[in-house]
Ligand binder design. Structure first.
Ligand code: PEP
Length: 250
């Protein structure tokens, strides 16, 4: 990892029940996690209130998994960044590959959402990543360029942005990127940001890896120079696994 503060996010996705969430919160609260790591838990919207009331905020911060592209209004079914801010949720995950592929969010939408959420005062975990086809056909860097350039065009202040590199082929598949594969892309993304934003912003930017991270593979990944943390899906639903990953800071 670089000198940036290590960052671990748990994306619970559309999982959980009242009983499961209670159990997970209890497991997380009893876990021992390092103070010097930013640890973020992202429950489904409907459980955020419960988690906010019961999760140990000395250890963990909250995130939403999505928010609307603009402020409050006639947007049935949506939650705005302003509402998250008002409710005390400091972070939001935007541009997750599931939202890109299942909900039709393109680069421009993700970038506009990111800029709006930042303007509302939130921190943003912005996700990028290529599919297996794109990697195999040699268009990976082109895809990443387009995803990143859209963000560069919209974001003015990068101090509250975390970039999550999540190769789509590694998400929820059990096929984790090798440390070398992840490092190659993280270094590339950092270089891209250096050239577009300058070294002082790029060197401070947290670039975290996501895609089948678990308690067994996190340590090796964390040793890579440009891996500043993780975004964790499946393994964030098990308290003991997530706590182990939070302790992996390289
Ligand atoms: C994710 O959805 O952000 C993710 C990385 O999922 P998983 O860890 O389950 O691959």
């Amino acid at each position: 990892a670089s000198n940036a503060k290590f960052f671990v996010g748990g994306n619970w996705k559309c999982n959980g029940s009242v009983a499961n969430v209670r159990k997970l919160v209890d497991e997380l609260n009893s876990g021992s996690v390092p103070r010097g790591v930013d640890i973020i838990c992202a429950p489904p919207f409907i459980y955020i209130d419960y988690v906010m009331q019961h999760l140990d905020k000395e250890k963990y911060q909250l995130a939403a998994q999505n928010c609307w592209i603009s402020g409050n209004g006639a947007y049935t079914g949506e939650v705005s960044a302003e509402q998250l801010q008002d409710f005390g949720v400091p972070w939001v995950i935007l541009g997750h590959s599931e939202r890109r592929s299942l909900c039709g969010e393109n680069n421009e939408v993700v970038a506009k959402k990111t800029a709006h959420a930042l303007a509302a005062g939130l921190g943003v975990i912005a996700c990028v990543g290529e599919t297996l086809d794109q990697r195999n056909s040699g268009s990976m860097f082109q895809i990443l360029n387009a995803q990143m350039q859209a963000l560069v065009d919209e974001v003015k202040d990068w101090s509250k942005v975390v970039i999550a590199y999540e190769p789509v082929w590694a998400i929820g598949t059990g096929v984790v990127a090798t440390p070398e594969q992840a490092q190659e892309v993280h270094a590339y993304l950092r270089k891209f940001c250096q050239s577009k934003l300058g070294t002082s912003i790029a060197d401070k930017l947290r670039i975290i890896y996501g895609g089948s991270v678990n308690d067994a593979n996190c340590k090796e990944l964390s040793f890579q120079e440009d891996i500043d943390g993780f975004l964790v899906g499946g393994a964030s639903l098990k308290g003991s696994s997530f706590v182990t990953i939070c302790n992996a800071a390289g």
